[in-house]
Write a protein that binds this ligand. Sequence first.
Ligand SMILES: CC(C)(COP(=O)(O)OP(=O)(O)OC[C@H]1O[C@@H](n2cnc3c(N)ncnc32)[C@H](O)[C@@H]1OP(=O)(O)O)[C@@H](O)C(=O)NCCC(=O)NCCS
Length: 261
Amino acid sequence: MSDKSEEKKAGSENQSKNVTNSNETEPTLSKSQKKRAKKQQKKNSESADEKRSSSKSESEEKPSTDESKEEKSKEEELTVELPKKKQQIVPMIRKFDENGKALRTIAGNGQVFLGEITPHNIMQLKRLNEAVFPIAYNDKFYVEARTCGDLGRLAYYNDVVVGAVCCRIDDISDEKALYLMTLGTLAAYRQCGIGTVLIDYALKLCKKMEEIKTMYLHVQVNNQNAVHFYEKHGFTNDGIIEDYYRISPRDAYLLIKRIRY
Ligand SMILES: CC(C)(COP(=O)(O)OP(=O)(O)OC[C@H]1O[C@@H](n2cnc3c(N)ncnc32)[C@H](O)[C@@H]1OP(=O)(O)O)[C@@H](O)C(=O)NCCC(=O)NCCS
């Protein structure tokens, strides 16, 4: 280590000697030599300028590279994918008439994402339910819903909550059943397949949970759309339960689907 430092010292001494020498020789130059020297000096300074400007443009590029890197990482942060367990990508279902013309379609060519219900987005579920159902669910419902885990999902279309499903597990005469507390989509997004995406999610849940034997729910007797919807998905109408609701009509249909025996 000590040898290297001495080499450096000697080199710098020689350099300073050369500088002194060149200064000493200057006054002895002839006119033409001076001219040539000036020309050379000009040339040197021009090339030095060029070098400087090129290194400047390089250094100008550098921060922009860092910036773009930063932007990229920011973008990655924003578009980070949720864990597969918490989000399923579901293809959009559209309706067409016999000529292939779209009967009902919604803006964009997006997909429906099913996301977990959490304490952070519970108010979105509340707003959605207020828009979709004629009855108001109490605080207890939302306290349970925000920690319901896989028993609930919000449906997102273009990052907007457009539907939701909330279930609970009930014990019915020694059998476990999945009770569909709420399943609904915003009116503007109906008949586009989002309801199907939500019911399919609940059915898959039942298939995964081996202890679940049936799935059931109540609908108001005037809700023919919902009755059609559930019958289409394999539910059978098990009759009327009188005075089930506090709002009119008070009667409800009991819809049941057997999952396994
Ligand atoms: C029932 C409901 C969830 C269906 O959601 P959706 O997103 O429209 O469902 P999909 O597009 O997947 O399925 C449409 C099916 O629902 C039924 N349906 C929905 N709207 C209908 C309408 N206006 N007229 C007739 N049938 C209708 C039909 O069976 C239809 O199938 P089809 O087009 O093959 O006839 C939705 O209408 C809703 O949120 N209703 C209010 C809340 C509610 O009543 N929930 C049920 C009790 S929990």
